[in-house]
Ligand binder design. Structure first.
Ligand code: GAL
Length: 457
């Protein structure tokens, strides 16, 4: 499991994260993120509520009753399955509690976060909500004084010894821990359709040059090389972070979020040029599709590749595909040896209406049993170091190995690298860039976003 090297790297990330948190002007209330995409399922202005669960057997000794509202954006195949697996365990443990599954569809929380902000500002929090570890948790909610610390859960359950110190660090602020991490996801993954690759004599591209060569071959053969679904602009940001990592390397990429790397550098220009070039190989209807619909194009053989976080692994599994048979994977081109990470966690908002139930939920979320139920269908690895490896498929076992041996970099698109405001500004740059592909304008706007975030001069 995670090596010392990893601890050191993630601890360094924490130091940066804390530095940002310390430098950023405290926000009294979180700035609402503009919902930039359409929900991928039925429009969900309001959280959808699952039907009440009635225990069919006699109540157990467990004393908890009432509702437990869990708020997330996990509605797609894989991610919803992981959540349900934890709900099943919770119901077995607390049969008299009624779980309210409050979801707002839209990957990466593109719609959910805005609705959550409205609720939190109106002092109407759910009992617990999904939040990315790092800046999203600390800058948006903790600094704004909207959360209760959960340090006591780590102490009471012996979690200080089972979560890597680096992970605990990115959940910490002012001497307390502020949420319970359920997983580690990898963002820099290229997924490909095995049959298409075989038919075209291709192997997974390891560099940008190999990627473009493969894309040419595929296009000549009449196959859409790269699937993108950016009806939520976060997927373009997601692709861009991998392309930036390829051009800058892990150290240069990390420096983008600390001010150590110049946004006006030639490497950033290269990344933007590569991104613009990639768009020539993308499905024409990319602006109408969601991330999972793009993954479905690859599954159906309507496109050869997609670059997406490993929730795509959960999605492929949910539609009955098998890794290394129906589809293959590799680090996104040019990023081998680096694990671009993010972590989903659950927190305890101040004023949670059913606080005891929320604590029971968080206790399950942090448990080995909870994580080993959630992560195999979710397509992520446990945040704990003692997960049962035999429950995880070949991809996830490889992810565990890479997480413990690779360089670690923080994901921008998923709340680990930069403050919510900076992510929103970056998304706005990408909204224009995917359309006009104007490298100079995009680079200047990205440089400005760093200045506006208070990180660059
Ligand atoms: C990420 C989140 C993942 C997955 C993905 C797509 O932000 O961390 O767990 O949900 O969005 O929805």
């Amino acid at each position: 499991m995670p090596t010392k090297k990893w601890y050191v790297l993630l601890t360094a990330l924490l130091a940066l994260s804390m530095l940002f948190a310390a430098c950023a002007a405290p926000v009294a209330t979180p700035a609402p993120a503009a919902p930039a995409e359409q929900p991928t399922t039925a429009p969900a202005e309001q959280p959808t509520t699952a039907p009440a669960e009635q225990p069919s057997t006699a109540p157990a000794a467990d004393e908890l009753t009432g509702d437990l509202e869990i708020y997330s954006w996990w509605t797609a195949g894989g991610e919803a399955d992981g959540l349900n697996a934890m709900y099943e365990l919770f119901k077995a443990q607390h049969p008299q509690v009624n779980i309210v599954n409050a979801t707002v569809a839209g990957g990466a929380g593109s719609n959910a976060k805005a609705v959550l902000t409205t609720r939190m500002q109106a002092n109407d929090p759910p009992d617990s909500f999904q939040v990315h570890a790092g800046h999203e948790l600390i800058d948006t909610w903790v600094v704004a004084d909207k959360m209760e610390p959960v340090t006591f859960l780590f102490e009471e359950n012996g979690w200080m010894d089972v979560f890597p110190p680096g992970v605990i660090d990115v959940l910490s602020y002012n001497g307390d821990i502020w949420s319970v991490p359920v997983n580690i996801h990898r963002s820099n993954v290229l997924w490909y359709n095995s049959a298409i690759f075989e038919q075209n004599g291709l192997t997974a591209p390891t560099t940008m040059e190999e990627f473009f060569a493969a894309a040419e071959t595929l296009q000549a053969a009449g196959v859409t090389p790269l699937a993108l679904g950016d009806n939520g602009i976060w997927t373009a940001t997601h692709l861009m972070e991998s392309v930036l990592l390829a051009a800058l390397g892990p150290e240069g990429y990390r420096g983008l979020w600390t001010g150590a790397t110049d946004w006006n550098s030639a490497e950033v220009t290269t990344a933007l040029e590569n991104f613009a070039k990639m768009m020539a190989y993308v499905n024409e209807d990319h602006a109408a599709l969601s991330w999972d619909q793009a993954a479905q194009l690859v599954a159906d053989g309507d496109a050869a590749m997609t670059i997406m976080g490993d929730w795509a692994q959960g999605y492929f599994t949910s539609i009955g595909l098998t890794v290394d048979k129906d589809y293959g994977w590799a680090p996104s081109p040019g990023t081998g040896g680096t694990f671009m990470m993010l972590s989903d966690s659950f927190g305890l908002p101040k004023g949670a209406p059913h606080r005891d139930n929320a604590i029971a939920w968080l206790t399950l979320a942090g448990s080995r049993e909870g994580q080993d139920a959630f992560n195999p269908p979710k397509g992520s690895i446990p945040a704990r170091t003692d997960g049962d490896r035999s429950l995880y498929d070949a991809y996830l076992q490889a992810a565990m190995d890479d997480f413990s041996s690779n360089e670690i970099t923080p994901s921008l698109a998923h709340g680990a690298a930069a403050s919510e405001g900076w992510v929103t500004a970056f998304n706005d740059v990408m909204t224009l860039f995917v359309t006009d592909l104007d490298v100079a304008t995009a680079q200047a706007a990205m440089a400005k976003a760093c200045v506006n975030a208070g990180v660059c001069k």
